[in-house]
Design a protein around this ligand. Structure first.
Ligand code: ADP
Ligand code: MG
Length: 290
């Protein structure tokens, strides 16, 4: 599989190939408690779909925002990037999306690119939900005759078939984010990058959207990189949680979740992992304040 690389000048090239789209990552680590296991040893021996090697980022002559981030993301993996506000999560996601370039290191992504979803749905207000999804299909080159049916299937995938002919202002915040998810899926990219997509939603709607997203992830085999500052959300959703420290942003610790089925925000194993992650996050915040 060909891939595109964004590298800082002087960095050595490297290759990723053979990553099978939609392949699932085996859970190599057994549970230590309540199905939650900290990462130990090397990463799974699957060719990564996204490879981040020693990436650093600085804006102009400002402070270092990201420092020496290395991360391999396997095809089909659901990775949550977790960290305090301002630690550089969006900066890292934008680098993976190819919206910006690293100051140091290399980022390799599939040549087919990524779909990105933000906190705001950014739908075209004058278009119906269906037409918003159709627009993404048109940009992808899907023939006009197929767009309507494909858009309806995608809206059904996010449980929004009944709202296909509604305009964004007629939809709730949760429904708008569902349309945004359908539009992101319409781009048919192997990697879906999500930047705090549910942060503006109320807790009940967010719970529902977590279920939807998990179902879509299992059904589509997409690789998902989900950015959040919400520890519970990361513990609820991630197959792997990567904690970023602040100033500069760097990887502090990772957790791999052995059993991801049947989780809910109030599940004991989600609570247990949240406590462990929060302890680590507090240490990081204290270290920064010192
Ligand atoms: N385009 C930019 N120019 C200058 N500084 C930026 C830019 N984008 C982000 N930053 C700075 O980088 C740091 C990390 O920002 P960001 O990635 O948005 O954090 P997060 O998403 O974790 O809240 C912040 O200090 C922010 O001010
Ligand atoms: Mg951000």
């Amino acid at each position: 599989m060909s891939s595109s690389a964004r590298r800082a000048s002087g960095a050595a090239p490297s290759e990723i190939d053979g990553a099978a789209p939609g392949a699932r990552v085996p859970n190599l680590l057994g549970p230590s408690f309540d199905s939650v296991a900290p990462v130990r040893g090397p990463a799974p021996s699957v060719d990564p779909v996204v490879r981040i090697e020693h990436v650093g980022k600085r804006f102009g002559d400002g402070p270092l925002v990201l420092d020496d981030i290395s991360l391999d993301i396997a095809p089909g993996e659901f990775v949550c990037l977790l960290g305090a506000s301002g630690c550089g999560k969006s900066t890292l996601l934008n680098l993976i999306a190819g919206l910006d370039r690293p100051t140091a290191g290399v980022i390799q992504t599939p040549s087919a690119g990524s779909a990105v979803m933000f906190q705001e749905s950014a739908l075209m207000p004058w278009l119906t939900a269906r037409r918003n999804v159709e627009l993404a299909l048109r940009l992808r080159g899907v023939p006009r005759s197929e767009r309507r049916d494909k858009a309806l299937v995608l809206l059904a995938t996010v449980n929004l078939a009944d709202a296909a002919e509604k305009r964004p202002h007629e939809l709730s915040g949760g429904m708008r984010q569902r349309v945004a998810l359908a539009r992101a899926l319409a781009q048919d990219r192997p990697v879906l990058l999500m930047d705090e997509p549910f942060a503006a939603l109320d807790a009940i709607t967010r719970d529902l959207l977590h279920e939807e997203l998990e179902r879509v992830w299992r059904a589509t085999g997409r690789t998902i990189v989900f950015v959040t500052h919400n520890v519970r959300e990361a513990a609820r959703l991630g197959q792997r949680v990567v904690l970023l420290g602040s100033r500069p942003g760097r990887v502090v610790q990772e957790w791999r979740i052995a059993k991801t089925t049947g989780r809910r925000i109030e599940s004991p194993e989600v609570a247990a992992l949240s406590v462990e992650i929060t302890d680590q996050l507090r240490k990081e915040i204290r270290r920064n304040a010192a």
